[in-house]
Ligand binder design. Structure first.
Ligand SMILES: Cc1cc2nc3c(=O)[nH]c(=O)nc-3n(C[C@H](O)[C@H](O)[C@H](O)COP(=O)(O)O)c2cc1C
Length: 187
């Protein structure tokens, strides 16, 4: 897939098939993480890849994926990547998380996998199950798996005030402002 097509088609997934990704499929995602931008090239982020089903279920209980209410019908993510960084580091460290996630979610597409960036999670509960490196805290959690929904972007003039759950839960429409609306040209 052309890089620009992948960038434009990448969407967050929140409903997944029960099938688990293999470790080999996740290796290119971690390779993509290591090549990401980082502030002053410090490369301080560390990742725990959770492939264990029981541990993944535990994480699912403590993350807020905005549409994982109908757990009966769709499986929660079968894998997660916990992204950690040094405690007390500059808030701009979160920019490193963003650049890493972007690389990783594009790399995931080459394996037909989808991801979702999660910032709403119960850190204390999740930490109980995993031994973090000393002095490190959880910055973000990335859901990972085979998407059970298709999500498509459309050109929007304005963004809706509330994010509404789509009635057809398999096709999620994601409004995106046009480039002309988010860009000022200074020539
Ligand atoms: C910093 C950040 C935090 C996010 N946190 C969550 C989250 O906690 N739960 C969730 O379901 N989605 C989360 N998302 C995903 C966004 O909701 C999603 O990117 C947005 O709705 C646009 O959809 P798209 O990624 O399909 O283009 C987060 C995204 C970013 C960049």
């Amino acid at each position: 897939m052309e890089l620009i097509t992948a960038i434009n088609r990448r969407r967050s997934a929140r409903k997944f098939l029960p099938k688990s990704p293999e470790r080999e499929q996740i290796l290119p995602i971690m390779e993509a993480a290591r090549f990401a931008h980082s502030i002053a090239n410090r490369q301080v982020l560390r990742y725990s890849v959770i492939l264990n089903k029981v541990k993944s279920r535990h994480i699912s209980d403590y993350v807020n994926l905005s549409s994982n209410t109908d757990k009966e019908e769709f499986a929660p993510p079968s894998a997660y990547i916990i992204c950690c960084g040094p405690e007390g580091d500059s808030p701009s460290l979160f920019a490193d998380v963003g650049t890493a996630f972007q690389n990783m979610s594009l790399a995931a597409m080459t394996e037909k996998l989808s991801m979702c960036f999660i910032t709403q999670f119960d850190s204390e509960q999740i930490k109980q199950q995993f031994e973090l490196e000393n002095g490190y805290k959880i910055l973000a959690i990335f859901a990972l798996g085979y998407a059970a929904e298709s999500s498509v972007a459309y050109n929007a003039e304005t963004l809706p005030e509330h994010i509404e759950n789509a009635s057809d839960s398999r096709i999620i429409q994601i409004p995106k402002l046009r480039a002309s609306q988010i860009t000022t040209w200074i020539e």
